[in-house]
Design a binder for this molecule. Structure first.
Ligand SMILES: [Zn+2]
Length: 196
């Protein structure tokens, strides 16, 4: 497993776009009917080394089944960067917390990034982006934060999960990544997918 220059370029470019998408998606909450005053994430201590390390680790562990270093590192990085949806909380405006911890964000980010990077192994890339939401929520639940607006912007209720559910989110991510990686490897061995 060697990390080449093209791998680093892919990781950086995907990460930058993903980070902007998550921050941008959080701003949608400023026009949603259920918006409320938000606590500043820095004052709340939400952005700390323990959380960053935890999210990275959860992402890396799940992405290991892709067997490719670029997707393993992306799995960890995206699971951290999804928290750029704290942006709305930093702006002192009304909104909804944790907007990107949702199905809508997973679909939007996966679709946009797969279109942009369609010349890469888009099977694995798409799976890494979609499951970054699962591994992220898994660690959040494990760490003691149990509520997320999963169905926003269609239903803006914070859905609560028991702490024990963290393992289900992680297993779901590992299963999806394992199945998609297997399918991608088969397709590539048939010569239908060209990787950059
Ligand atoms: Zn989070």
């Amino acid at each position: 497993m060697r990390l080449e220059k093209k791998d680093i370029l892919l990781i950086i470019s995907v990460s930058l776009i993903y980070c902007s998408l998550s921050a941008g998606f959080s701003l949608i909450s400023t026009v949603l009917p259920d918006k409320t005053a938000l606590a500043n994430p820095i004052e709340r201590g939400s952005l700390n080394i323990k959380e960053i390390t935890g999210h990275f680790l959860w992402g890396v562990v799940a992405a290991t089944v892709t067997l490719q270093i670029r997707y393993i590192l992306l799995g960890g990085t995206l699971a951290v960067l999804i928290d750029s949806d704290h942006l709305v909380g930093l702006l002192h405006v009304e909104g909804l917390p944790r907007m990107s911890h949702s199905i809508a964000f997973a679909i939007i980010a996966t679709t946009i990034l797969v279109i942009i990077f369609r010349k890469s192994d888009y099977y694995r890339l798409g799976a890494i982006i979609a499951t970054s939401v699962l591994t992220h929520i898994s660690y959040d639940a494990f760490d003691g934060e149990f509520g997320f607006p999963i169905f926003t912007p269609f239903m803006n209720k914070i859905i609560q999960f028991p702490k024990a559910d963290w393992i289900l989110f992680e297993i779901a991510a590992i299963s999806i990544l394992g199945i998609v990686s297997f399918a991608s490897t088969r397709k590539r061995s048939e010569g239908k997918v060209v990787s950059i």
